[in-house]
Design a protein around this ligand. Structure first.
Ligand SMILES: O=P(O)(O)OC[C@@H](O)[C@@H](O)c1c[nH]c2ccccc12
Length: 398
């Protein structure tokens, strides 16, 4: 554990090659500086940045106005580090930007400063909006529960269960993809899915109906989920391993998920750079968490297949930027070349979203998935256990 903390310690970085900035005061910390980079990571980023400088199509926006005040110097450094990270992300085809570290930039007019809405400080799509809001939430959570206190709480967390093992066992038992059934009250695309939403009752029904694992939404603002739901399900004696369905942008969230009873976490390739994914997988391993790495398109799929240590790969049929759902996405991404790599690496592919009928399940199974992640079509059923039997076309509970 000490190693993890050491890995997360702050390092001063500069955007100019070879120049090291003075250590930044701990009074205010940037997510980019204090939690995401080790010295080695920063070197890697520098190397990636130098390699990709010519390939990068991004034109950096003008720097914020400079003032002599210490506060402004800190803002400037945070802005520089944020830019550096965005450049790396752009070279990996990541279009989702992170929230500017000190908030949308201020504009100065005479002695006054104020914000003007512009392309640079307004989220461009729902996924970006969620991720930007997550940064604001995180700043508050981390103040309430700094990493040291989470580290102490880990001692009291229940042991993790084998998420991947449960999926494999279910698949072997039924000959059908292992089911991850999602406890989901609402979503930005579908609104409220179930008014009489009792997360523990729904989780019990899923287990009774033969789900191998459960997925629990924890995002409050956009999905009406919570970490209380996750902990309540874990503490209700449910044996299915639990996936914490969250928009993870910082390692702190991995620790928090673990203290709330998660056995697995979701890492979204549309949001995280390769380096972030590698770093988070390392921490998941130390914490005993399984990582489901989610992709939506060919670019993300090929990036993820190039990263070592990935055991669970989710193909989302829903585009999180536009919300369009198309289950043929699973089949299209699983071409012969990628299927071969997946087989060699022993990766389990999870088909995610938009699955409603036995024909849908057969279609993604035929495409090569060994597990499915299903929310809407189950959570809307008066009896979610019966919903599972209807979805698979047979009772998979025995
Ligand atoms: O309700 P559906 O269409 O069965 O989808 C479930 C799950 O795949 C979806 O909730 C999901 C997949 N990836 C995500 C990332 C964040 C939030 C939600 C999701």
């Amino acid at each position: 554990m000490e190693g993890v903390i050491a890995l997360m310690r702050s390092v001063p970085v500069s955007t100019k090659p070879g120049v090291v900035l003075p250590r930044i005061s701990a009074r205010r910390s940037s997510p980019y500086i204090s939690t995401n980079f080790s010295k080695r990571d920063v070197c890697l980023i520098r190397a990636q940045q130098l390699d990709s400088r010519e390939a990068s199509a991004t034109v950096p926006p003008p720097p914020p106005p400079v003032s002599d005040s210490q506060d402004n110097a800190l803002k400037l450094k945070e802005w520089e580090v944020g830019r550096l990270k965005e450049e790396v992300a752009a070279t990996q085809g990541i279009t989702i930007r992170r929230r500017p570290p000190t908030g949308p930039p201020m504009h100065y007019v005479g002695p006054f400063e104020f914000r003007i809405q512009s392309e640079g400080n307004t989220p461009r799509n729902i996924l970006e909006e969620i991720v930007w809001h997550k940064d604001v939430e995180l700043a508050q959570w981390k103040e309430k529960k700094p990493l040291v206190s989470l580290k102490k709480a880990l001692g009291a967390a229940p042991p993790t269960r084998d998420f991947i093992g449960a999926l494999r066992a279910a698949q072997q038992r039924t000959g059908l993809p292992g089911l991850i059934a999602e406890v989901k009250k609402a979503s930005p695309s579908r609104g409220v899915l179930r008014e009489d939403f009792d997360p523990v009752e729904i989780a019990k029904a899923y287990e009774k109906g033969g789900a191998a694992c459960l997925s629990v939404l924890t995002d409050e603002k956009f999905f009406q989920g919570s970490y209380e739901n996750l902990a309540a399900i874990r503490n209700a004696g449910i044996k299915c391993p639990l996936l914490c369905k969250e928009f993870i942008v910082e390692a702190w969230q991995l620790f928090y998920a673990r203290t709330k009873g998660a056995d697995a976490v979701l890492l979204i390739a549309a949001v995280l750079t390769d380096l972030d994914i590698k770093y988070m997988i390392k921490i998941c391993k130390i914490l005993g968490l399984a990582a489901l790495v989610e992709v939506h398109n060919e670019r993300e799929m090929d990036r993820v297949l190039g990263i070592d240590g990935i055991k669970l790969l989710g193909i989302n049929n829903r585009n999180l930027e536009t919300f369009t759902v198309d289950i043929s996405n699973t089949r299209n991404l699983l071409d012969a070349r990628r299927t071969e790599i997946i087989r060699e690496k022993g990766i389990i592919v999870v088909g995610e979203s938009g699955l409603f009928t036995p024909a849908d399940i057969a279609y993604v199974q035929e495409a090569g998935v060994e597990a499915v992640l299903v929310g809407e079509s189950l959570v809307k059923q008066p009896d979610p256990a019966l919903g599972i039997a209807n979805l698979f076309g047979k009772d998979i509970s025995v």
